[in-house]
Write a protein that binds this ligand. Structure first.
Ligand code: ATR
Length: 268
């Protein structure tokens, strides 16, 4: 597990992930494995920046010569506002997870990285049950709808699911029951797994099973994935998205091809 520095104590490096808090980030190990594999003389660190110190923190890292940052909770919207040159994805979604510090460019690799993971799972667009209507779903939903997914959206606080369905155009149906029947994908974007809570899913006994995908990950399978697996569903956790978005960030910064197998091995 990597050391986490406060931005004021940040050593010189080329890349970092910034968040608040940044706990147990696998990004430094994952990117360092890429640098080692490709023989690049770069360093990638994990740094904390409190929300109110975002601009000051970025100016300091810029002055230290940092080239690029990955941005995580709670800074993704602030990162989009910081960007002098946001690309279309950042303009459309209002959130950025990848910054080029020296020239003010910003992109969002979460949304296309997520679609990469669906391709890796050999999932063709069909019916998806999406759990959660927070910032993550807001960023991933447009891409899913664009490639043809029909989304059934459930949220613990249902009014938020309706709000999100109104903001995003496409075939979204807000649902209040969690029956798994008929879905080829169940995507959990909620933070229920992080608090160890179980979601009130009603697993169908039917033989048609799909993929249960939890964007969270921990040391072992999340509670959601444990139950899914016991019902015979294929499972995938948030490491897949971690690798996919990280690979795209690396490629955006360097123009090189990321060795995804090396990155997967570094986080598993
Ligand atoms: P993110 O940006 O990661 O999506 P968020 O915007 O804080 O984070 O959203 C968290 C999501 O997890 C919400 O959909 C939240 O449901 P509410 O809108 O009802 O708060 C959901 N969530 C958090 N804890 C949950 C739990 N124990 N059971 C079900 N949903 C939960």
């Amino acid at each position: 597990m990597s050391v986490v520095f406060d931005w004021r104590d940040a050593p010189r490096a080329e890349f970092a992930v910034i968040g608040y808090p940044v706990k147990h980030s696998l990004s430094p190990a994952m990117h360092s494995a890429v640098y080692e594999n490709l023989g690049l003389n770069y360093r990638y660190l994990a740094l904390t920046i409190p929300p109110e110190e975002f601009s000051e923190g970025l100016a300091h890292l810029h002055s230290l010569g940092y080239l690029g940052l990955n941005v995580t909770v709670p800074h993704k919207a602030a990162a989009a506002r910081w960007a002098l040159l946001p690309d279309d994805s950042v303009r459309d979604l209002g959130v950025a997870n990848t910054l080029s510090l020296q020239d003010g460019r910003a992109t969002n690799t979460d949304a296309p990285g997520f679609l990469d993971t669906l391709t890796d799972l050999h999932l063709k667009p069909g019916r998806a049950l999406v759990l959660g209507a927070g910032g993550t779903t807001r960023a991933l939903l447009p891409g899913m709808l664009q490639i043809g997914w029909e989304v059934h959206l459930w949220n613990r606080t249902q009014s938020k699911a309706f709000e999100l369905a109104e903001q995003v155009s496409g075939p979204i149906q807000v649902v209040d029951s969690l029956k798994t029947e008929g879905f080829s994908l169940i995507l959990n974007t909620t933070s229920a797994s992080l608090s160890g809570s179980e979601l009130p899913l009603e697993w169908s006994p039917s033989t048609e099973k799909g993929v249960a995908y939890d964007l969270a990950y921990g040391n072992g399978p999340t509670p959601f994935l444990q139950v899914a697996e016991s019902h015979g569903w294929e499972t995938c956790d948030g490491r897949a998205l971690l690798v996919a978005q990280g690979a795209r960030s690396f490629e955006w910064w360097t123009g090189l091809t990321a060795p995804r197998d090396v990155m997967k091995a570094a986080v598993s």
